[in-house]
Write a protein that binds this ligand. Structure first.
Ligand code: WT7
Length: 649
């Protein structure tokens, strides 16, 4: 039997439960009655409690399906909420970020006052170049203090941004800048990764060649690597920023409308073209601050660490805006978990007495593979809550996480959400929820999640699986797809007349707990990164030697899913080992290294239906070494046998 089927069976059979620890429950932010709150009253109360408004809102929400508007009439500034007000409230000396650089002895402690000073200088510098309210800016950076500083400075000025993950290619960065019509780009020379400088500015240069709207590029010197600076266009961060005033009055926080576009985050969809997911200012901030506070049980002295990259939505919501809005002390680190050695994370937890760790199942499984002895060398007794995000967590990894990292005592919160939702949607609350390994348990208060059948009827608890949906708008929901409201409607709102289609399958068990089971569409999840099969197929077909390509995913014990590509070459091209490497690299340059197929199989033919469609379902069976599904519509059944043989070789 294929392993992923075993995995699903394991999930179905999982019956262990972990009720909350009474001591934890007594001190928790969420107390009994938390789930009984009226959604509207809840979101109104949280908005007033967690956010400081320049002008109060006069209506909670307006729902003109599929368009939601929240906190109408309200005016606010995200940077003011994340930085300035904390300094004004006497928290200037509180640590905002402990930054752990690579090399590992390079460290910084950044207080809220330091952060304010850095942000004001950067904002003044950006403003001197012409960035102001409404100017669109791209950010292509690694995990250095200037990353959150850049986002906060842009928020201060009211400039919408798109942060493109540093692992993406020039093509990916360029096309995103073109799509958003960015006028500026902020980057760094290179970032430190496993003792080497991993270039960013050279890739940014290539991307800017594609994006003529970019007038200026500001580059942080991080590694000192050689870069080319184009006269008139390229500037060094230190020249632009260092001489600026850090007096907050010299650069006041721009009052923004609640609904002003805050940022764009591009994410893979089912077609080759990434979707520009639009987030608003007020709803987004209320959503991430509220969920961060309750799900991770944040206290004034909590030391919190989300080990994601700022370049993903997880980083935006739970490294930058959620934690800072709550005046939390966080850890940020540059580099990888295995450099200089595999105990790096546990060393960091011990050093800062970290209370909350938030990471992805793929990282947990990687640590499992490396062995618990790395963690055992360190004092992890400060940990109180462990979080998981990005893909379904298998019970084995969940139990390992709780036992070996959490000493068998910490709650594990499995948080389900998406780039589109902006905030955590389904998750345990650590002091209230009885945990089940592999279940994200219950929708957050004010989130009306459900599971629908094909006809759009709600499936009752314990009655089987269906489509994961949300029946009412929530504050941090994405507002549209940038420049493509039609695709927004088609992708998410056309399937059911009264609910948001998340794109995942799920079931609700007899206790009302949600079990998320993976995507229903052609979107893959590799190490918690979302990738589209079509996007990778287009990248392959873009190579001059490729005639046709079909991409599927197979089960992988560490990365969750792995990419398998079947490729038919054009006449005259040869399926050699070199060609294989060349095609994988080609995908790397088109999309980014994370999109390189784990396996690539050359084939003279691909299994086609008689109507000429590639049968991906069969390819998936081959990739997973499973009994073949229905082959009756196949034009030439021998093609599959041939492929099976090739895949085994
Ligand atoms: C997709 C969204 C949320 C930030 C990181 C990914 C999958 C996410 C879980 C979870 C099962 C999960 C879903 C979802 N997913 N968290 N706890 N359990 N599946 O954001 O790139 O927008 O991907 O990730 O399939 O649709 P994203």
């Amino acid at each position: 039997m294929a392993q992923n089927t075993q995995n699903i069976d394991a999930l179905m059979a999982e019956e262990r439960t972990y009720p909350p620890d009474p001591e934890f429950a007594a001190q928790a932010n969420a107390q009994a009655g938390f789930y009984d709150q009226d959604p509207d009253e809840f979101w109104e109360k949280e908005a007033r409690e967690r956010i400081t408004w320049f002008t109060d809102f006069n209506a909670l929400k307006q729902w003109d399906r599929p368009h939601a508007r929240w906190y109408l009439g309200g005016r606010l500034n995200a940077c003011y909420n994340c930085v300035d007000r904390h300094v004004e409230n006497g928290l200037g000396d509180k640590v905002a970020y402990y930054w752990e650089g690579e090399p590992a002895d390079e460290r910084l402690t950044i207080t809220y006052a330091d952060l304010q000073s850095r942000v004001v200088k950067a904002a003044n510098g950006f403003r001197s170049l012409g960035i102001g309210k409404g100017t669109k800016v791209a950010v292509y950076m690694g995990m250095i203090p200037e990353s959150p500083v850049t986002l906060l400075a842009l928020a201060r000025l009211g400039a919408p941004f798109t942060f493109v993950f540093g692992g993406f290619s020039a093509q990916a960065l360029g096309s995103r800048m073109v799509e958003m019509e960015c006028e500026y780009l902020v980057t760094q020379d290179a970032s430190n990764r496993r003792g080497k400088a991993s270039p960013l500015k050279p890739i940014a240069d290539e991307a800017m060649d594609m994006a003529p709207t970019v007038k200026h590029c500001v580059t942080v010197r991080r590694t000192g690597s050689d870069v080319t600076m184009k006269q008139g266009r390229d500037l060094w961060w230190h020249d632009v920023v260092d001489t600026q005033s850090d007096d907050p009055a010299s650069c006041p926080c721009e009052p923004m409308d609640a609904e002003d576009m805050f940022f764009l985050m591009f994410s893979s969809g089912t077609t080759g073209r990434p979707k520009g997911i639009v987030h608003s200012t007020a709803g987004y901030l209320v959503g991430v601050a509220t969920t961060h506070y309750y799900v991770f049980d944040i206290k004034p002295d909590t030391v919190y660490w989300c080990a994601a990259d700022i370049g993903w939505i997880t980083g935006h919501s739970y490294i930058v805006f959620g934690p800072l809005a709550n005046a939390t002390t966080s850890v940020i680190y540059e580099g990888t978990p295995d450099f200089p050695d595999k105990a790096r994370w546990w060393e960091i937890i011990e050093r800062y007495r970290v209370n909350v760790l938030y990471t992805a199942p793929t990282s947990i499984r990687t640590h499992m593979k490396w062995g618990a002895h790395h963690a055992e060398q360190h004092d992890l007794s400060s940990l109180k809550v462990l979080g998981s995000v990005g893909e379904p967590i298998n019970p084995e990894a969940w139990l390992w996480y709780r036992d070996h990292i959490g000493a068998g005592r910490t709650p594990v919160v499995d948080t389900w959400w998406q780039t589109e939702t902006g905030m955590i949607m389904v998750s345990p609350l650590p002091g209230l929820t009885t945990l089940k390994p592999g279940s994200a348990t219950r929708p957050f208060p004010g989130v009306e999640a459900a599971v629908y059948d094909e006809q759009g009827k709600e499936i009752a608890p314990g009655e089987g699986a269906g489509y994961m949906v949300v029946k009412a708008p929530w504050p941090s929901m994405f507002r549209t797809l940038y420049g493509d409201d039609e695709r927004f409607r088609e992708t998410y709102w056309d399937k059911f007349p009264d609910a948001y289609l998340a794109g995942d399958s799920a079931r609700v068990d007899a206790d009302g707990d949600f079990w998320l089971m993976g995507r229903i569409d052609d979107v893959m999840n590799v190490s918690g990164h979302r990738l589209s099969t079509t996007e990778i197929e287009s990248a392959l077909v873009d190579h001059p030697d490729v005639a046709q390509a079909a991409v599927v995913s197979r089960y992988d014990a560490t990365t969750g899913q792995a990419i398998v590509a079947y490729v038919t070459l054009k006449e005259g091209a040869e399926g050699s080992t070199e060609k294989l490497a060349e095609l994988r690299d080609h995908v790397g340059t088109q999309i980014g290294p994370i999109a390189k197929p784990a396996n690539l199989v050359f084939s003279d033919e691909l299994p086609m239906t008689r109507s000429g469609k590639i049968m991906r379902r069969l390819l998936k069976d081959v990739a997973e070494n499973r009994e073949l599904g229905d082959t009756t519509t196949l034009a030439d059944p021998s093609v599959v046998d041939e492929l099976k043989q090739r895949s085994e070789n």
